[in-house]
Structure formats: structure tokens, C-alpha cells
Design a protein. Sequence first.
Length: 959
Amino acid sequence: MLNPPKLNPTSEEFDKSKPEDVETTIDWGSATSIENINKTSDSSTLVNNTDYKVDNNKLIFLSDYLKDQDDGEIEFLVDFNVGNANFNITIYPKGYSTGNRIWAADSNLSLEYTWDAKSFTGFYYDLDAGLSSESMTIELLGSDNRRVEDGDLEYTTEPIMVDFEHDDFGEYQAVGFMADRYFAGFTDDNTTFVNNDISMMADGQLSKVLIDSDDRRSVFTGSSLVLDEGYSINIVELDVSGDSLFLTLTKDGQEVDSDILSSDDFYVYEKDIGSTDDVPLIAVHIGNIFRGTETNAVFIDGIFQISEDYVSIEEGEQFGKLEITSISPTSIEMRNDGRFTLSRGSTIDIMGDVKIEVADSGTLRFAPFVDITEPGKHEIRGTVAENEGLEWTPLNFEGFYYDIDEGLMTESLTLGYSGRLIDSGNLTYETNPVEVNFEHSDFGKYQVIGFMAEKYFAGFTRADTEFVDDDISMIADGQLSKVLLDNDDRRTLYTGSSLVLEEGYTLNMQQIDIDGNQVWVSLRKDGSEVDDAILEAGSTYVYEKDLGSAEDVPIIAVQLQSVFRGTEVNALFIEGIFQISEDYLLIEEGDTFGEMEVDTISPTSIVMTNDDNINLRTGRTIDLMGDIKFKVADDSANVRYYPFVEREIAGDSLDLDIPSTISQDETITIKVTSRGASVNDATVKFDGQEIGTTDREGELRHNPERAGTFEVRAEKSGYIPATGNIEVIDPDDEGRRMSIEVSPDEIFEGQSIDVRIVSAIGAEPMEDVEVFYDGSSRGTTDEDGRVSSWTVTEPGIHRITATKEGYLDEEKTIEVIALEAEFDYSNLVISPEEVREGRDVTITADVENIGTDAGEYNIELRIDGNVTDSKTVYLEVDEQTTIEFVHTAGEPGNYTVEIGDLEGTFEVTEGLSIVWYVAGVIIVAGGAAAAYMFTAGGWTVEMVKARLAELIETIRSKR
């Protein structure tokens, strides 16, 4: 009796986010082999060892086959030599279990979801090496269950080896921890300046990398190289032969180390950090030593410094919702201690600056994010693609506009992958307008569209916008205007004060009527009044303006919530500001934005594709369109890349008004404002310790308890913090402290500088103070506190010192900037972009000298990395010219062009063969004559071929 074969299990899942082979166990029964496997939906037959393989009693469906199948359930019929069996595989799409930043119940995602550095821009990622350090996994109870049970949110991080910026240093261990990058350790095998492994992470300690630079710096004898955390490297003197130097290291002015070094030496300063002994805190590479007749200098070309203020971590320690469960030299693991709820509309502090934003919606949607408050530019990247194409939407690219509360998204970018070269038309961008709520809910709704990762205003509708009487559509006219302000922050204005808006506008409170019911406001643009109005409390001030072909567009709306009239103070309380830009963007079909061209534009969509080929060359950053760029790994073996935008933290920032210097027995008034208006309830920290919150006037008073230099920081949710430094002087030293003032602020070589010495308190000019420059006296100050100005000729770092009997010495470090030309390249044009072999290609680029001095550069034309031509160009400062090269096309293929940091491509196609060229000449010369030869002339095809061969040979002999 025959025993039929069986498979166990009979069904499995395949996740394109984590592609792995799918296995099932074969119970052969009476069978001895598999004859074939068919996909039942289309009767296609799988290929052995290509689509599947058999390994003893294992049937393995290969991931390379499965990842090309459509999403959904697939049934396979496995035919054995005796009997058959069915096997089902459910295919899940990319983003199902990892790859998206947004988890949304209506997107049918896995209840166990993982974020790593490839999908979450907050986690540390090394693109060139393809290495990530951090990951976080959540387990949900159901798509509509908001409870996260104890231990169901797990965070793991592991150290990775990264290169120093200065190559001679080698590598060090870095680790991402709570979305911050930290130093973890050195290894004897990889770090040049250590002799044994040093792991701070193994000791439960992490330190910030403060400086990692290969910039070349020149430091003169008697001057200092200023590092972070109060450290300075001081060049004391060079030996008479110029072969070695003597330097000291100071911390807050006190010497902590000294050394004698030669050219190409490493200076390393070690210190015990917590329980880790002899940690190299500072490493500096001495490039060259120069001893001249008048000037001695040391050239430093590598600096590395870590912070001595480390983060201490221990098992059981709590960070937000997470608790450290294990620490080892290879990993740190954390889990949530106790359950928590993903409440609608909430922001949950997970750990450090990592938070989870939950949609204010009945549908569960949430996403991790990093609360970035540090001013400056920050890279926001999309999910990393490796050797594949991808579709980026707001779900996996944080740069695109997304309304998480309503689940509304407008933008998508889709790449059809074919290797490093993106063929024309293979990259598609599409965006569609949607209607969203104003931040101030009383305003209603307006139409918004994401365009090139920026939020734009598209229109108002009478039915949904409270302050308009007619529908207003700008996108219908091919116009988009940026949304500049959309907030419901509460602001306070006093009589005579102004609310600072964008693009030069200010809303000024003129007066409040005697009954306190009405307020007179005026609107100014660049200081000139453009509008005024008398309004009731609770009403909305609206300013309309024609924008292009759209008439009477409300560009500013401000909700005047309430009015206060007192005996001494009158105040207007504002809650709700909306402003769009009057400088609109006009879009037409055929317009180009970077590498993309507008194919279609309508009231419902904008579609763009790449008009030319784009080369994903290693190590490149490609300006794609607007602020969107592609960053490509410097990895020749793999095509690894991601889209990104740079966001600058600016706008609604706090401003801090504090004195620079006070006496210890003084009480200081700390004032916090934003856009010119006072900010109440701002938290103020003095030397890292919270000292209180500001009152309604935005003020807080504080009496420092000790002398020193301290950081003052003001913070408030929704604002960018403000920081400043204040020096508190001991009363005993109050009359003995000096301050050095140097002008101009930015100093170039060959420029004259003025030095003035004043008292630290009160800034009164001081007479008879001797001033030194790099140890050489420049004379004494006059009654105005000044010494004779002098010309600085040596670029680099220099020290100015002031001394006077009975006073404390004061010093100030300045940097003299070298005068040198710097060429900037733009507007690379290749014409034509498709050319036949042997024909000329004209290549032009604009060149501008953006440096500090006139100069010349030898500008090279590189084709596929090889220099094929060059030209010497001389430019004055701010002068611009266009440089032109003519290149003769070689063999058919795609070629990369480089001029400076610009890059483009052109394609060479095969030329017409000489036979067809001659035949064409004959045809053009006279179709009638040719007809005569074949008829009355009695020619045959063979005779024509022979005659053509003679003509071709004649032409070749003359070439």
C-alpha cells in the first residue's frame, strides 16, 4: 500500500521587508523525489535550484524567487513521483514588519514592528559601511488595542567601528544611544595611538565625541589651539633647529600636561574617566613644524576629543519608559518597565529625546521621532535602499509632508531600479492636494499640498474656511505659496509692542478703547504701514492681497482672543496665527526642478519625472529637486542610497536677554522673548540647574551664589531653546578684572586690527595696560583704552594678552583667516546629451570666486574619472565667468562628466556606417539618376554593390 507524501507545515509567510528562504519539512512516505512544483494561479512551473531547492527532507522556496511575486497568498502544487501536496505562502509587502517610520492600523502592518537606522532617521547610521547601531521593536496586542504590555517595547544598540576624520588615527568604536552618537572605545588593532583595548561601554559609560576633524590649522609660538570643555593646546616654543616643539595643555587656564614633540608625532592626553583608566581624551597630529627668521608655526592636521563628562548607565536604570536590562561590551538592551498606553493625540517620552507621536484619531497611527531643538541644519532621511528601487512616501520618508492625525499624505517618489544609472523617466514624483485643519481649530480647514518636501498652501474653500466668503484656489492657476506660520500658540502684546511675522510683516497694537472691548491694530511691511483695523475681542484680523492671477487671497490671519485694560498695563492676547508667503511659486508643464521635469499639472496633481539619466555614483550627493537630495554610499560593491532633506531649526526660537558680566552680589534679570513678544512660563536653567520660570513679562530674577562663567538656558515646549553665557565676578576681584575688545570681528591676513582694554564691570576704558600679541609687546593703552593698531600678516590662531599691575591678567584668542581664492562651480551644461561617436560635445560651467582673495585655478575636465582637458582661470573676488570645453565623443556608451564638484552624464550612440553614408549620398544626389541606372542603364544590384565598395575604399584612403 502506497503512503502519500506530506509537508509540515503546509503554509508559511514571506516578508519582503526581511526576505529569507521559506522552508517546510518533507515526509516522503512512498515518494522518493519531487517531479515539479507549479504555481496554481497561473500554472507556471518553478525551476529547481533557481526558484526552489531540495535538501534531504527540506523543501526550500528561495527568497530571490519569492520577493518577485505579487503580494498576497500563493498556492503551490508539489508533484512527487508518488502523489502530491499543496503548500501556501502569504507574501507581505515591503514595509510590513520594518522599513516604515509610521505604523498605521489602516496600512495592514505587522503587530510586531521594528525600526532601525535604515528606516528611522533618528538612529545612528554609517551609510558608507552600511552599518547601523540601534533598533527598536514594539509588540502590539491588536490593530485597535492601544495598550503596550510590560517588556513589549525593546531597544537594542551595538557598537560599530568608524573611521576617524584624520586617516592616520585609524578607527574607533562608536555607538548610537537613545538617538545620539557616542564614543564607546578604542581597539589596539584599529586605533593608531593606543596600545591596548579600551572599552568605556563595557564599564557602563558613554562619552560624546566633541571634535573629530582633519582640518589643517596653523598655530604660532605663544598662541593656543582652543579645544572644547575649557582645554587649550599652547605652543610654548620651538627648539633652535626647528625639529621639535614644547607644548602645554591647559584646562580653564591651569596647566594639566606638557610634552616635547616632533613633526608627524601624535600628542595624546590620557585621563581616567569614571571607572575606565587612561582614556585618550585628546589626540592631535602634528603635521609640520616651521621655524622662520621672524615667525615660528606648528601645523596641526588632525584633532580628536571626547567629553570627560560621560553618561553613566547601569542595569536597572530608567530612561523615560525604558529600563536597562543588560549591558555588555557588545550591546545595551532596554525594555519598557510597566505597561503604557498609546493614547490618541499624545506624545510619549520613550527615552532621551526619542518620543512617540500618536495620532489624534480613532484609527491607531503612531511614529517615533527625535525632538530636535539644537539650532542648525539637520538631515532628515528616508528609508535606505540597497541594490533595489523603492517607493518613498511620508510613511517611510519623514521629509515628505504628512498629517498624522488625519492620515493625509500627498507626496510619493518612485524609483524603477536598473543599477547605478537611473534611466530617463525611471524616477517619478507625484503629489496631490488635500484638505487639513488649521492648528487653530476656530479657523477651520484649508487646502495644502506637499511639493518637493515643503508644505505649500493650495487654496481656501468657503464651506470649510471661517474667514473667507469665496473659494480660492491657487493650484488651479499653477501657483503654490509656502505656509510660513500655522500655530495656536498664545502670545501677549502690550500697547506699542509688535508681533513679528514673516517676510518683514509686523502686527502692532496701537491702542485699546476706554471700555477695553476693542483694539486698534496696524500691519506694517518693512516698517511701512500697509493696513490697520479696529476689531472686537474674539475676532480675526485678516489681511488680503492679490497673488499672481489669484485675487484677494488672505495671506495673514490672526485670532485676537481677548483684551485686558488695566490701570498701568494694557494687553492683547493672541491665540492663532496663519500666514502664507506672498512670493508664490509658478509651475508650468515643461518646467525643470533640478533633475526633474514637470510632466503634468492639474487642480488635482503634479507629476514630474527625470528628464535625463542620473548616475548613482559612489560617494555622491545628488541635488534631485528643490531641497530633496540623494546620498549615495562610498561603496563600489553595492548601490546603497537614500533620499534626504536638510531642515534648519529656526523660526519660533526663544531669545535671551542677559548681561555678559555681573558682580556676584548683584541680582540679574533674565528676560525671555520670541518674535519680540514676552514669553511666560519658560523654564530657565543656570549652570544646568533649573532656577524657575518666567512671569507674564517674560522675566525671572536670580542671584548667583558663586563666581565663574555659567551657561544660562531658556526652554519652553514648542520653541527652540536659547542659551547664553554670563560671567559672575567675585566681589574681591570686581575691580581687578579686565576685558579685551578686538575689532573687526572677522579678521583676514593683511588687515589692521584695533584692540581696546576695558573694565570687566561697566566696560570703562583702562589706561596704561600693556598688550602682548603672541608674547610680543604692542605697547600700552591710552586714556581711551586703546593701543596703536597693527597689521596681522600670519593666518592662524594667535593670542592677545593684557597685563597691568594690581589687575588680573586677561587673554583672548583670535583667528586670522588666510586670504585665498575659492572657486565655486554651478550650472553644468552638456550639449548635446546624446551624441554620435566621433562628434563633439560642448561642456560649460559657471565659475565664481567666492574666496577672500584673487587667484587662479587649473580647472580640469574629467570624463569617467580621467582628466581629458584643463584650463587655467584667474578671477578677482566675486568675479564670475563661464568656462567651456569641447570633447570628441568616443565609443558608444554612457559617460560621466566632472568639473569641480559638478557632475553630469551624456550618451554616445553608434554613428551611421560608411556604407549607409555613401548610399545616402547617392540617394540624395539624385533618385531619378539612380532609377535610370537600374532601367535604361542596365545596372544590377551586384554592380551597385561593387561600385559602392570602390567609392568606400576611395573615401577611406583619403581619410
